[in-house]
Ligand binder design. Structure first.
Ligand SMILES: *[C@@H]1O[C@H](CO)[C@@H](O)[C@H](O)[C@H]1NC(C)=O
Ligand SMILES: *[C@@H]1O[C@H](CO)[C@@H](O)[C@H](O)[C@H]1NC(C)=O
Ligand SMILES: *[C@@H]1O[C@H](CO)[C@@H](O)[C@H](O)[C@H]1NC(C)=O
Ligand SMILES: *[C@@H]1O[C@H](CO)[C@@H](O)[C@H](O)[C@H]1NC(C)=O
Ligand SMILES: *[C@@H]1O[C@H](CO)[C@@H](O)[C@H](O)[C@H]1NC(C)=O
Ligand SMILES: *[C@@H]1O[C@H](CO)[C@@H](O)[C@H](O)[C@H]1NC(C)=O
Ligand SMILES: *[C@@H]1O[C@H](CO)[C@@H](O)[C@H](O)[C@H]1NC(C)=O
Ligand SMILES: *[C@@H]1O[C@H](CO)[C@@H](O)[C@H](O)[C@H]1NC(C)=O
Ligand SMILES: *[C@@H]1O[C@H](CO)[C@@H](O)[C@H](O)[C@H]1NC(C)=O
Length: 452
């Protein structure tokens, strides 16, 4: 009897004691190397009985060495201070277990590399091209791919095309300028939106940054007292985990001895607060900034005369989250009675229940896909006839449920349902010039780049 109980207990504990693993690179927000969720709740394959007949993709550029802001605000000051300390015999890194690598560590970033694609970035863009090609084997090669005109977006589009196109020279890469007076008619509409500001969200996120870095500063001060530790140093070191990984392939800054899993989650949450106010639900202009891409691409998917099977557009980190807001995805207050969205992102503590987790939609190469499906299947609830045209949205290959629009196979949305869904979005978000408080007089509310 005893024996059986003991062995039952043993096997029960074997079942429950899953090993805890933690990967900081999945919590790097806008500096995360591209990743697709490994256990998505919904199957990325087309639902049973359905084929994808057309698709539209919005893709952020691939991994870069560092962006101006991160480099100048955090990384460069830390690196300069570190370099000075490495030649200073009164600062002894060796005495610390976790920090000893800083005795000899050198920065992977030179000034002239800023904003440039890294090798890893190039490779990942090409890999994404291959993956998307394999996802839609029956698609005709598109005549055009669109990209905003910054070098990192253009090179990402070119690398993607190398992986994607069979005859590379038969797809034209169309560059769309990044200007301040284009209205909604570009792949960087936030730049032409006076209501948008790049620094929105930093004061809120700084509150949390200051809080969570304080105990880390104390710890590092005990280990290496003569280095003048600041919150910016801590934040810059955590950023280096992401940047160094996409440059050198790995980074000692990602060590869990250096920063605990909780401290990585706090770094991530600092970014989540910032993006919530910058390009998310905390910015009243977000939906209007994202809507033009959504509208022009759903029009292409729904029309009966589109000339391409797939429409791919490359942009910067700011645009995808605004499209998610226009779609109502990653909405912390969805399925709740409240619309007090700022209350869901407090500046003084993590909301672990939030779905607004920027690493899930801010990584390098993050992509939003809208697919048009042709189906010949049956509803699982009532065995209804689900023949015809359906739509679904995927974020980094992970199918998303559109709130109020899940009447099709695999929780996709019928053509009629999607039309109603889009009508509601049009009602709320189609006034770009007004919601952006545009001051120039030749603005436009629509994105027309796909028409020529
Ligand atoms: C693409 O390259 C192939 C092989 O070099 C050539 O035959 C073809 O004409 C080119 N197509 C275009 C559109 O330039
Ligand atoms: C408005 O005029 C400016 C200056 O000529 C130009 O750069 C911009 O593209 C125009 N905007 C639109 C929407 O045509
Ligand atoms: C070395 O570091 C100590 C402690 O921070 C500082 O007081 C001293 O000025 C530094 N020496 C040099 C040469 O920078
Ligand atoms: C330590 O860093 C802070 C913030 O950068 C600076 O104001 C202060 O002068 C520094 N102290 C020393 C001793 O270098
Ligand atoms: C959330 O906070 C931002 C920044 O203070 C503010 O502009 C926005 O209106 C707030 N949103 C809501 C729904 O209260
Ligand atoms: C495609 O059809 C729409 C109406 O469904 C029409 O407005 C548009 O001009 C057509 N485009 C082309 C290229 O024929
Ligand atoms: C987020 O969800 C709430 C609750 O359903 C809803 O009231 C709100 O309109 C949604 N926000 C957006 C931008 O769709
Ligand atoms: C999907 O594609 C397969 C293979 O091309 C074809 O046999 C099937 O009829 C298609 N189904 C639909 C619903 O279009
Ligand atoms: C399902 O509906 C389609 C289109 O309305 C029709 O062609 C097909 O015969 C129907 N299938 C069944 C099994 O009723």
């Amino acid at each position: 009897m005893h024996c059986i109980t003991a062995s039952l207990l043993l096997s029960a504990s074997a079942l429950t004691a899953a090993k805890y693993t933690f990967d900081p690179l999945k919590h790097m927000s806008g500096i995360a190397p591209y990743f697709e969720p490994e256990n998505p709740p919904f199957d990325p394959a087309a639902p049973q009985g359905c084929n994808v007949s057309r698709a539209a993709y919005l893709v952020r550029h691939a991994a870069i060495y560092a962006n101006d802001f991160d480099y100048e605000s955090y990384i460069e000051p830390f690196v300069k201070k570190l370099e000075a300390s490495q030649g200073n015999s009164s600062i002894n890194w060796d005495r610390s277990h976790a920090l000893s690598f800083l005795t000899t560590w050198t920065s992977p970033i030179e000034d002239e590399d800023i904003e440039k694609l890294s090798k890893v970035g190039n490779l990942e863009a090409m890999q994404l091209g291959v993956d998307v090609y394999e996802r839609y084997p029956s698609f005709k090669q598109p005549a055009k791919i669109w990209t905003s005109s910054a070098e990192r977006t253009v090179l990402s589009a070119e690398s993607f095309n190398e992986g994607f196109a069979i005859k590379e020279n038969e797809t034209e890469i169309v560059q769309i300028g990044e200007y301040k007076e284009t209205g909604a008619d570009s792949l960087t509409p936030y730049k032409a939106c006076p209501a948008y500001s790049g620094s929105r969200g930093s004061s809120q996120s700084m509150v949390f940054q200051k809080m969570y870095t304080a105990p880390i500063i104390s710890r590092f001060r005990r280990e290496v007292p003569s280095f003048n530790w600041t919150a910016s140093d801590i934040y810059g070191m955590q950023q280096l985990c992401g940047y160094e990984t996409v440059i050198r392939g790995d980074s000692p800054f990602c060590s869990l001895d250096l920063f605990s899993p909780n401290e990585w989650l706090q770094f991530e949450y600092t970014n989540d607060i910032m993006y919530h106010h910058n390009t998310g639900y905390g910015n009243p202009a977000s939906g209007a900034i994202g809507y033009p891409w959504l509208k022009s691409n759903t029009d292409l998917l729904m029309s009966n005369n589109a000339s391409q099977d797939i429409y791919v557009s490359f942009t910067h980190r700011e645009l995808p989250p605004t499209v998610l807001v226009a779609l109502g995805l990653f909405n912390n207050t969805a399925f709740s009675a409240s619309d007090d969205v700022n209350a869901t992102m407090p500046n003084d503590g993590i909301n672990p229940q939030r779905v607004w987790q920027s690493s899930r939609f801010m990584s390098f190469l993050t992509n939003i896909a809208i697919e048009r499906l042709e189906c010949d299947s049956f509803g699982y609830q009532d065995n209804s006839n689900q023949t015809g045209e359906y739509y679904r949205v995927l974020v980094n290959k992970n199918p998303q449920l559109l709130q109020g629009c899940v009447d099709g196979p695999g929780e996709s949305c019928s053509r009629e349902g999607f039309q109603n869904f889009m009508q509601e979005k049009t009602r709320r978000f189609s006034a770009f010039s007004e919601d952006c408080a545009v001051t120039y007089d030749n603005s436009t509310d629509s994105l027309t780049i796909y028409q020529s």
